[in-house]
Ligand binder design. Structure first.
Ligand code: XUL
Ligand code: CO
Length: 438
């Protein structure tokens, strides 16, 4: 078998003194952190669409990437080469999982039947490679946004034929995910949103989106797909307003339509930024609602208002993310999927390695810091003390539902002298820095 990335051998852990840019300085898969190995905590995944299919094209220019299959002309031959290259990449990066959209795997055919045939051919290769290497599928999904047929949405399209077409794609993508032992199935509402309310029946679109997801739940049950179903929130791009705006919006939507017991959330860091939230905020909202399912690990640029999908290098953010993930008891069956692409100027194959190494080390370091933070209990202790008033006296009565406005009115009349306490934000920020820097 052809070696696609001969310039890189297996990327190994060399420790923080290493100056080898093709080594891990923090990610040591077998190292035990708390009750699990790093590999078990982090569950890294390669995003097929960025790492393998992506070619560096953007709104202003064509693909810039040099890839080892560039000499191949036949699109199916390219698709096959990519499948083998993906497994070589995972092997060399020590990454156990991958994720894909149906369309990442193979070119669209002239008909839906032909498209499925193309995809099936690649799925057979993936199956073989998975059996041979022990690599696993974190999640599958269907791309219901790229083709012009989805210009007005998929499940929220005004045209029921598009709704049906989208259903057929999800049906097949879910079957494939099951066939490959996928541990989750993701719904990112690509074009499920609107450009203007002047032409939009918002109520029908939302009702239809819920109908579509109910059908997906029913079908998963019918075929015995037991993986976790996930929704990935995003506030804008490509539509001006996406219905899955952020975690809180998605949870409200799921509850409104009786879907909440069937879905969890796949949180993407850059989507949090676009929604005006921190990554940690989105993780916290999902966690406290028991709905933190998986993570699309990347980061945005704080000076740019669009989805830049960069590799995570911000250790402050990865630390706080891993802190939420540890308090969640982990992510499994979810994981950390690098929904991240190298910059257009980083056009050489080796840049794919540098990108993933940067992200994996940033999360490994974040995990190590977060574990010490959780073990010390320093932050949780502060929070617990801050709310101590709710464990005794009138606070306990409020929490236990023993008082209403009448009783609180009487209480307030006799207790109107209030002594406030500092929130100590700067002290806490410095404590966090101590854990990161020491
Ligand atoms: C788009 C995005 C998608 C989803 C899967 O912003 O994040 O790649 O992760 O469709
Ligand atoms: Co994503």
């Amino acid at each position: 078998m052809k070696e696609f990335f001969p310039e890189v051998k297996r990327v190994q852990f060399e420790g923080k003194e290493s100056r080898n840019p093709l080594a891990f300085r923090y990610y040591n898969p077998e190292q035990v952190v708390g009750d699990k190995t790093m590999a078990e905590h982090l569950r890294f995944s390669v995003a097929y669409w960025h790492a393998i299919t992506g070619d560096g094209k953007d709104m202003f220019g064509s693909g810039s990437a040099i890839r080892p299959w560039d000499d191949l002309k036949d699109p199916m031959e390219v698709a096959k080469a990519r499948a083998y290259a993906c497994f070589e990449f995972m092997e060399k990066m020590q990454i156990q999982y991958f994720c894909f959209h149906d369309t990442d795997l193979a070119p669209e055919g002239a008909s839906l039947r032909e498209t499925f045939k193309n995809i099936d051919e690649i799925v057979e290769i993936l199956k073989e490679l998975m059996a041979k290497t022990g690599r696993k599928l974190l999640w599958g999904t269907s791309n219901l946004f790229g083709h012009p047929r989805f210009m007005h949405g998929a499940a929220t399209s005004p045209d029921p034929k598009v709704f049906a077409y989208a259903a057929a794609r999800v049906k097949r993508a879910m079957e494939i995910t099951k066939e490959l032992g996928g541990e989750n199935y993701v719904f990112w509402g690509g074009r499920e949103g609107y450009e203007t309310l002047l032409n939009t029946d918002m109520k029908l679109e939302l009702d239809n989106l819920a109908r579509f997801l109910h059908m997906a739940v029913d079908y998963a049950k019918e075929i015995g797909f037991t993986g976790q179903l996930l929704i990935e929130p995003k506030p804008k791009e490509p539509t001006k307003h996406q219905y899955d705006f952020d975690t809180a919006t998605v949870i409200g939507f799921l509850k409104t339509y009786g879907l909440d017991e069937h879905f969890k959330i796949n949180i993407e860091a850059n989507h949090a930024t676009l929604a005006g939230h921190t990554f940690q905020h989105e993780l916290r909202v999902a966690r406290i609602n028991g709905m933190l399912g998986s993570v699309d690990a990347n980061q945005g640029d704080e000076l740019l208002g669009w989805d830049t999908d960069q590799f995570s290098t911000n250790v402050y953010a990865t630390t706080l993310a891993m802190y939420e993930i540890l308090l969640n008891g982990g992510l499994a069956p979810g994981g950390l999927n690098f929904d991240a692409k190298v910059r257009r100027g980083s056009y050489e194959p080796i840049d794919l390695f540098y990108g993933h190494i940067a992200g994996m080390d940033a999360f490994a370091k974040g995990l190590l810091v977060a574990q010490r933070l959780v073990e010390s209990g320093e932050l949780e202790q502060f929070i617990s003390n801050r709310y101590a008033g709710y464990r005794t006296g009138i606070g306990a009565k409020i929490v236990n539902g023993e008082v209403g406005f009448k009783e609180l009115y009487e209480y307030a009349l006799d207790n109107d002298q209030i002594t406030l306490k500092s929130g100590r934000q700067e002290m806490l920020e410095n404590i966090l820095n101590r854990y990161i820097l020491d």
